[in-house]
Every structure is written in structure tokens, then in C-alpha cells.
Design a protein around this ligand. Structure first.
Ligand code: GRF
Length: 217
């Protein structure tokens, strides 16, 4: 059976949505671990509660004297050490707040050319990359926004798009309201997308400019 490892930094509502989809029999995989760079992250408490091994792998204090890139790479070696032992089919990012280096990402590239690393981003990419994307959308004044599930490449929030869902924010009066609507969308979009993605029977087509589109078969 396929296995996944979830990498997350925050409260873990997407992790929980994926876990619940598995419990309901809607997604045929097993989460073998949840790894967080934040020892106090809610996601680790959630994992423990539902019986999935939680691992806290923060940046060790002695790494602080290193340069930013060296620090990232050294931290990623710690992550890779743990992930290698678990040998998941896919690494699932769910609110992981650290930038991953190209070196780390390449470790997950498979023979078919894509990375077995998937992420959910809270906007309709390529609009609003980066942090606090729901707030960005609200402040910009757009009428619709959404969520995107994409494979991970070295350029931030830029990998091949697997699935997107749109929702109207015309009636929202705060960033929080947008986020609330968005999370509901994410919680069905992520498990739904993983369902066909993990079968790895999807098609991907190269478009002009080298962009890749991924679609269920
Ligand atoms: C979600 O909005 C996700 O799209 C983004 O980070 C947030 C994580 O939320 N990448 P949670 O920890 O899953 O509740």
C-alpha cells in the first residue's frame, strides 16, 4: 500500500482532513509520520491524538552560526535522514513554512520527471504566491480566489498544477472570513487530488515555455 509523510509547521487542519479521508475509506494510503520544524506545532498534537507518529525536527541551535543556505541544507539533511527511514511514496506538504532547497527537492524526483512532493497553496496560482495568500487576495480586492494543489519545484509556488478550486469572496468582510472559506475548500481539494495523484497514472503535458500541466487519467 502507498504511504505518505506529512510535513507541516502549523495547526494541521489539512493533515487532519487527509487523515479523516483515509479513515472514511476515500483515500487509499497510510500516513506513516507527521514531521514538523516547530516542536510546539498544533499538527504534532493532532497527529499524536490520532495515533500517527509525530516528529519534531527543529533547526538545532548550533546551526545559527551558519549562513542561511548552509543552515537550510543542514536542517534538510536531518529531515532527509528521517524521511529516508520511512521511505514514503510521496511527501505531502501541508502548511510547511520553510523554503526547500533545490538539493532537497531533487531527492524526490522520479523517473517520469516530476517530484513526488506535493503542496497546497491558498490561492489560484500563479496569483498571490508567498505567505498569507488569503490576506493578499482580500487586500487586493479580487472577487474570486481559491486553492491550488501542485507538485513542488525549486521556484517557490511554481510547480506543475494538479488541481484548483475557485470560490467567491465578494461577500467577505475580513481576511479571516476568506481564510475560513478557503480552508473548507482546501480540506476537500487536497484529499480529492491525492486520490488520483497517488495512483501515479496521471498525464502530464508540456506546454509552451516548458510549463507542465498535470491531469487525472
Ligand atoms: C493552509 O492555508 C495551506 O494552504 C497553507 O498553509 C495553511 C496550513 O493550514 N500552505 P493548516 O496547518 O493545514 O491548518
Amino acid at each position: 500500500m502507498s504511504t505518505i509523510v506529512v510535513l507541516a509547521s502549523g495547526r494541521g487542519s489539512n493533515f487532519l482532513a487527509i487523515h479523516q479521508a483515509i479513515q472514511r475509506g476515500e483515500l487509499n494510503t497510510e500516513i506513516t509520520a507527521v514531521i514538523s520544524d516547530q516542536p510546539n506545532a498544533g499538527v504534532l498534537t493532532q497527529a499524536k491524538k490520532v495515533g500517527i507518529p509525530p516528529f519534531a525536527i527543529p533547526i538545532p541551535l548550533q546551526y545559527e552560526r551558519l549562513s542561511l543556505l548552509e543552515k537550510r541544507q543542514a536542517h534538510e539533511e536531518l529531515l532527509l535522514h528521517q524521511i529516508k527511514k520511512l521511505n514514503p511514496q510521496f511527501l505531502v506538504l501541508a502548511g510547511y513554512m520553510k523554503i526547500l532547497t533545490a538539493h532537497f527537492i531533487e531527492k524526490f524526483r522520479c523517473d517520469r520527471g516530476y517530484t513526488r512532493l506535493v503542496n497546497i497553496h491558498p490561492s489560484l496560482l500563479p496569483a498571490f504566491p508567498g505567505i498569507r495568500a488569503y490576506a493578499q487576495a482580500y487586500r487586493y480586492g479580487v472577487k474570486v480566489t481559491g486553492a491550488t494543489v501542485h507538485l513542488v519545484e525549486a521556484k517557490i509556488d511554481s510547480g506543475p498544477i494538479c488541481a484548483q478550486e475557485v470560490f467567491s469572496i465578494e461577500n467577505c468582510r475580513s481576511e479571516e472570513e476568506v481564510e475560513q472559506l478557503g480552508l473548507t475548500v482546501e480540506h476537500r481539494l487536497y484529499p480529492r487530488t491525492l486520490k488520483w495523484l497517488l495512483k501515479e497514472k496521471f498525464k502530464f503535458e508540456t506546454r509552451a515555455g516548458g510549463r507542465i500541466s498535470v491531469c487525472p487519467n
